[in-house]
Design a binder for this molecule. Structure first.
Ligand code: NAD
Ligand code: 6OD
Length: 491
C-alpha cells in the first residue's frame, strides 16, 4: 500500500453476495506500515447483522442442512484447495492489513488458513459417538450418542493472526454442518472478506458463510453476539472483551468458547540447552512483534545462567531487522495500529518509571520516509522489576519481555503461576523428570517443553484461569460445534 493507491471499499458478505451496510455506514482502515488510508469498510448495523443471521438460518433449512457428511467434507477440502490456489492474494491482503513480514505469513498464517480445513475434514471423518450396553433382567439397554450441528455460530475474531484464527473456528463449524456469521477485527477485514470469494468459487451454498464488518461495543460485534438467532458464540480476543460477550451471551443462554489473553512464563532451568532455547525464546518473545497470545512476556531463569541468557537474548533481539512486509529479511513488522502502539509505549514508560533496567530497546525505531508514519516500536528487554509491576501483571501484547532470576524449582513454579492468566508456559530443561513434574504443576492450558507454538491440531487448545473457557482442537472443537443427544433403547 502506498500513498498513491486509492483506498478500497470492503463490504459485508451476506447470503453469497457482497453488500454495503443498509444505512451506508463505513469506517476507515489505516496501514500499520505507513499510516495511509487503505480502505473504507462497511460498518454493520442491526439490520445487516439480522440479514446475515437470517441468511445463515435459511441455509440450515436448505441444501446445506440436507447435505450428507461425505459431500460436505469434500466441499470443505475444496475450500482448502481454493485458499492454496489464491495463496498470494491471501498473503498480500494479510500483510497489508497487519504489516507482518511476508516471510512469516508465508510459512504460518496462510498455510494454516488451508490446513485448518484439511485437518477438520479428517477429524470429522474419523470421529465416532459412544455406545453403552447394560444388561437388564429381560435382556438389556442400548445407549448411543448422536451429534447434530449446533445451528448458527457467531465467530468473533482478533487482528493478530486473522486468517489463522478465523479458519481455526470456521473449519470445524462448517465441517460439523453449521452455518456461520463471522465478525473479523476492525483492524483486519481483508482476508475474511476474501473468504467470501473462495466460498462462491467452490459453490458453498449461499448463506452458509456470512461476514459482517464493524467494531465491538454498540456495533457489529455486540449486535451479533446479542442476536437471538445465534446458537453459539466462539471468540478469540482480550479477556475484558470476553467478559462483555459473556454478558451478551447470557440472554438466551447461548454457549461460549473463549480463547483470551495471556501473560505466559518461560522457565529456563540451569541444565537447559541454551543453543536450542535462545532461538526459541527469541521466537516466543518477538514473533509477530510480540502480538501472539501464546508468547512469552515473563522469563524466569536460573540464577547461575541468568546473565548469559540476558546477554544472548539481547544480542539476538538486537539483530532482528525491523522492516516492512516485503523486505525478505524483515523479522519485526509494526504493531497493528497507532492506538496499540500508544498502549505498548505506555507500558514501556511504566517499566522505566517502576525502575526497570532497560537492557534493550524501550522506544520507537528511526524509520525512513513514509515508514515514519507507521506504528513501529523497538524490541524491548527489561530486568530488575518487582513482580507487582504493571508490565509483569498485565498483558502488553508487544515485542517485550522481563527476565528475573530464580534459585530453585519451587520458586520458578510459584513465580510462573503468580498471574491471573493461564494460557501457556514453556519449560527449558534437559532433566526429563523435572520437565514432567513442572509441566504438571503449571496452571495453564498448554505447556511446551523445550519448544514453543508447536501445534498438532488434534490436541486440546485453550486457556486456564482468565485465559479462556473451554477447549477447541480435535474432538474438543466437535463438542462445541455440535449438540449431542443420547438415544436409549430398551431391547
Ligand atoms: P479484542 O478483544 O479487542 O477484539 C477481538 C474481537 O472482539 C474484535 O473483532 C472486536 O471487534 C470484538 N469485540 C470487541 N468488543 C466487543 C463486544 N462488546 N461484543 C462483541 N465483540 C466485541 O482483541 P484484539 O485486540 O483484537 O486481540 C488481541 C487480544 O486477543 C489479546 O488479548 C490476545 O491475547 C488475545 N488473543 C488470544 C488468543 C488465544 O488463543 N487465547 C489468540 C489470539 C489473540
Ligand atoms: O494455533 C492455533 O490453533 C491457535 N489458536 C493459535 C493462537 C495464537 C494466538 O495468538
Amino acid at each position: 500500500m502506498s500513498a498513491s493507491t486509492p483506498p478500497r471499499a470492503i463490504q459485508h458478505f451476506i447470503d453469497g453476495r457482497y453488500v454495503p451496510s443498509a444505512n451506508g455506514a463505513t469506517f476507515e482502515k489505516f496501514s500499520p506500515v505507513d499510516g495511509t488510508l487503505m480502505a473504507h469498510v462497511s460498518e454493520a448495523g442491526e439490520a445487516d447483522v439480522d440479514a446475515a443471521v437470517s441468511a445463515a438460518r435459511a441455509a440450515l433449512r436448505g441444501p446445506w442442512g440436507r447435505m450428507g457428511v461425505d459431500e460436505r467434507l469434500a466441499l470443505i477440502n475444496r475450500i482448502a484447495d481454493e485458499i492454496e490456489r489464491r495463496f498470494d492474494d491471501f498473503l498480500d491482503a494479510e500483510c497489508a492489513d497487519t504489516g507482518k513480514p511476508k516471510s512469516l505469513a508465508r510459512r504460518l498464517d496462510i498455510p494454516r488458513g488451508s490446513a485448518n480445513f484439511r485437518a477438520f475434514t479428517e477429524i470429522v471423518k474419523t470421529h465416532h459417538g459412544q455406545v453403552y450396553f447394560k444388561n437388564t433382567p429381560s435382556y438389556g439397554v442400548l445407549n448411543y450418542t448422536l451429534s447434530k450441528p449446533r445451528g448458527v455460530i457467531a465467530i468473533i475474531a482478533p487482528w493478530n493472526l486473522p486468517l489463522l484464527l478465523t479458519t481455526w473456528k470456521l473449519a470445524p463449524a462448517l465441517a460439523t454442518g453449521n452455518a456461520v456469521v463471522v465478525k473479523p477485527s476492525e483492524e483486519t477485514p481483508s482476508t475474511t472478506a476474501l473468504l467470501g470469494e473462495v466460498m462462491n468459487a467452490v459453490d458453498v451454498p449461499a448463506g452458509v458463510f456470512n461476514v459482517v464488518h464493524g467494531l465491538g461495543p454498540n456495533s457489529a460485534g455486540e449486535f451479533l453476539t446479542r442476536h437471538p438467532g445465534v446458537n453459539g458464540i466462539t471468540f478469540t480476543g482480550e479477556t475484558g472483551t470476553g467478559e462483555a460477550i459473556m454478558r451478551q451471551a447470557a440472554t438466551g443462554t447461548r454457549p461460549v468458547s473463549f480463547e483470551m489473553g495471556g501473560k505466559n512464563p518461560a522457565l529456563v532451568f540451569a541444565d537447559a540447552n541454551l543453543d536450542k532455547a535462545i532461538p526459541e525464546l527469541l521466537r516466543s518473545c518477538f514473533l509477530n512483534s510480540g502480538q501472539v497470545c501464546l508468547g512469552t512476556e515473563r522469563a524466569y531463569v536460573h540464577r547461575t545462567i541468568f546473565d548469559e541468557v540476558v546477554e544472548r537474548l539481547s544480542a539476538g533481539a538486537a539483530k532482528m531487522k525491523i522492516a516492512p512486509p516485503s523486505d525478505p529479511d524483515a523479522a519485526l513488522g509494526p504493531l497493528i495500529s497507532q492506538g496499540h502502539r500508544d498502549k505498548v509505549l505506555g507500558y514501556y514508560r511504566q517499566a522505566k518509571a517502576a525502575g526497570a533496567t532497560v537492557v534493550l530497546g524501550g522506544g520507537v525505531p528511526a524509520m525512513e520516509g513514509a515508514l515514519a508514519n507507521g506504528s513501529w516500536v523497538e524490541p524491548t528487554i527489561w530486568t530488575g522489576l518487582p513482580e507487582d509491576a504493571s508490565v509483569i501483571r498485565e498483558e502488553v501484547f508487544g515485542p517485550c519481555v522481563h527476565l528475573r532470576p530464580f534459585d530453585d524449582e519451587d520458586e520458578a513454579i510459584q513465580l510462573g503461576n503468580d498471574t491471573p492468566y493461564g494460557l501457556t508456559a514453556s519449560i527449558w530443561t534437559q532433566d526429563v523428570s523435572r520437565a514432567h513434574r513442572v509441566a504438571g504443576a503449571m496452571d495453564v492450558g498448554l505447556c511446551w517443553i523445550n519448544s514453543w507454538f508447536l501445534r498438532d491440531l488434534r490436541t486440546p487448545f485453550g486457556g486456564a484461569k482468565r485465559s479462556g473457557i473451554g477447549r477447541e482442537g480435535g474432538n474438543y472443537s466437535l463438542e462445541f460445534y455440535t449438540e449431542m443427544k443420547n438415544v436409549c433403547i430398551d431391547i
